[in-house]
Design a protein around this ligand. Sequence first.
Ligand code: ARG
Length: 461
Amino acid sequence: MKISEKTWGGRFRETMDEVVDRFNASLRFDHRLYAQDIEGSLAHCRMLAEQGIISREEGTVIAEALREIKREMERGDYKFDKGHEDIHTLVEKALIEKVGAVGEKLHTGRSRNDQVALDIRLFVREAAQRVVFLIKEVQEALVMLAEKHLDVIAPGYTHLQRAQPILLSHHLLAYYEMMKRDRERFLESLKRVNIMPLGSAALAGSTFPLDREMVARELGFDAISKNSMDAVSDRDFVLEFLFDSAVLMMHLSRLGEEIVIWASKEFDFVILPDALCTGSSIMPQKKNPDAPELVRGKTGRVYGHLVALLTTMKGLPLTYNKDLQEDKEPLFDTVDTVEQCLMVMAKILRGTAFNGERMRKAVEEGYLVATDLADYLVRKGMTFRKAHETAGKMVLYAMERGKELAHLTLDEMKSFTRKIGEDVYSWLDPSFCVGRRNIPGGTGPDMVRKSIEKAREELSS
Ligand code: ARG
């Protein structure tokens, strides 16, 4: 491109170095912002006309051409690969090509600095809304499974060692709660995204009597930015989106990891549908859980994007610096990754079959009821420390004989303390163990049923 064709070419004598021109250009990726860019320009144009900065007729001509350009871009008529610096200059050039000199008025009172800030805010706002919707789909799948498997008792783990019996539903609803906070985080952050920066111009505001409130209203923003220098130089709202995404991915990754280990022969707790798995090119028997593995694996790049942008931002003097152009690829890739992972996770959950019998068997081996035995002894008048020690000794005794606690005879048990009676056996039954934890937040079936009801309410509101 000749230097005279650049939007800023006036003060330049020499043509831009080709390699640097390509290095500088962002069109290759920021063309994704074309719809937001044109929406923003339309609002700016209406405001210019309303304020008499351009005439009504000029406003109409510009607006019509912008809408046409948008339709053409939607149809894919534009090649977004070379020639132009970024989406903002491309749209402006296209406008001027269509309507001539009138088009040259659109950028009055505006800079690409506030323009790009606006575009990204619009983009993040839409992305966050889509992500919130997709999180809900995952939550719905979790609640559906929790409801369906209310009768399944599973081993609960700490340190990946069998710990206490729980309801599978309770385990699933733990992820429901995580997703709920994730959803809240995105919605919370929206408050800070939904601020309108146009009118900040390059950095100092504008000499034109721009009606910023009008532009904010037209574009559905809650407020206008309060400081033009802040508005064009910060990307904390992008960072927040990346952070919210990183935490969400961490949760999805943990769920993915659990599904992967549950699908192993060692656990054999779940069976994934064929449609979500792949085979091996050499081992004919293999069925691999690629989908949850990839959810887990893709978490890394999202963390990376957060750290990348944090690092890009950390040394920047006010106000706009070209470094800020590096906000886009991490953001775009994060949005794509998060959306994909949420969609895939919802599919995985909907398609997974749980092996309740295996889980039940796992609960019956490994002394998961030992805490209940200690609690029982407290009921019979022991201090908790003494009860813990006594139950521990009984576990050791049973282990040495290759038995579970419930298989000890009453006489054997009484040899540890006279306080034990026939009623101890009900305390050693996993169903009773679960049933007794009817405390708010506990795994007791009544509580879990209430949680499911509550979740249903939350999802329908
Ligand atoms: N492509 C640029 C970006 O993404 C747009 C803003 C350019 N502003 C400037 N003063 N060069 O940040």
